[in-house]
Design a protein around this ligand. Sequence first.
Ligand code: FAD
Length: 351
Amino acid sequence: MSRPFLEYLVRTRTLAQGNITLLDNCAVRRLVTTADYTRIVGVEVEDRTRDGAVNALTAELIVDCTGRGSRTPQWLAELGYTAPAESEVKVNVGYATQIFRRNPGDDYARDWILITPEAPRETRFGGMFPIEGDRWIVSMGGWAGDHAPTDPAGFLEYARTMPTPDIYNMMRKAEALTDVYPHKFNSSLRRHYEKLTRFPAGYLVLGDAVCSFNPTYGQGMTSAAMQAAALDDLLAQRGGELAGIAPVFFKRAAKIIDIPWQLAVGEDFRYPQTTGPKPAGVDLLNRYVAAVHRATLIDPEVGRAFAKVMNLMAPPPSLMTPGMMLRVWRANRQLRRQRQSLARTAAVAVD
Ligand SMILES: Cc1cc2nc3c(=O)[nH]c(=O)nc-3n(C[C@H](O)[C@H](O)[C@H](O)COP(=O)(O)OP(=O)(O)OC[C@H]3O[C@@H](n4cnc5c(N)ncnc54)[C@H](O)[C@@H]3O)c2cc1C
């Protein structure tokens, strides 16, 4: 489904809960604290539906979910706390998206296609997904500055450079329903709240406000949802007791974030142009993941296991069981043999 449709459904379900009220068109301007700054007791909210009138809202627990642009680091510093240390990994990814009419009878009309690059030799990726309203959404782009163009002809030409022709063949024939919209993503950014030793009571931070990942891996929403579920579990375990919750929550959130961070940043470090703190052991791991990648071409079981890990439905060690390693090794051996046999055939043809 498209992102607006997903957000509409989440919003509808959320508001169907009787105990949730949504204040639309509002912006939090600052935190309200006790006189000694040790507890956050509310927020000041600017109401754009009422000429910017400012109201104070009070609460026992306030959770900052304002995304990557979260101002909590500045607010903490203004209140005399240390702002969290940051890890930033620069990737210089740029992609573009266009929507096409889909004929449900066409080839692939119910499948999706994802073309991922063999890094660092290739830098471009592309995806084509059926969405509601009989439409295709196509996104293509690249790492290390190899961004997709935003004029329709250039975007189509970019599709032609993909290692398989599927996206190009669909785009060539289908009716475009939108312009080509670009999105640039410069860096993955992680704020290490789990390392802080002082943090005000009554306040937490969650989702992209803590960590925003390279969106090409599609893990940010899952990670944010898992953090929200972890907070729910923690509150249930403690019977709603809030004292001392921040360090426990931030440690649990960090454990959740560690996996997608390792996966996303690890993949990004296949490109020598990527800069920033490199997780230990990433080069070794990447060599194995590259073999897993290749194995997904011919072994659907490896493909399923890999997709589960990338979608945070299974832990990365599930790709390293003896049975899985054997499958990966066998698939790579088969692919090597196929390549050698193709090379021999080509050599005979040239002779
Ligand atoms: C182009 C792109 C594609 C992506 N694709 C995927 C994908 O396929 N799969 C996936 O899992 N993730 C994807 N992501 C990542 C995903 O969007 C985020 O990880 C996720 O939305 C984070 O949720 P969040 O609630 O923490 O923050 P956000 O979704 O960023 O929400 C923050 C909200 O806070 C509001 N806000 C900000 N400041 C204030 C303020 N001062 N007062 C009041 N409100 C405020 C904002 O308006 C916004 O509504 C993608 C991201 C991008 C940019």
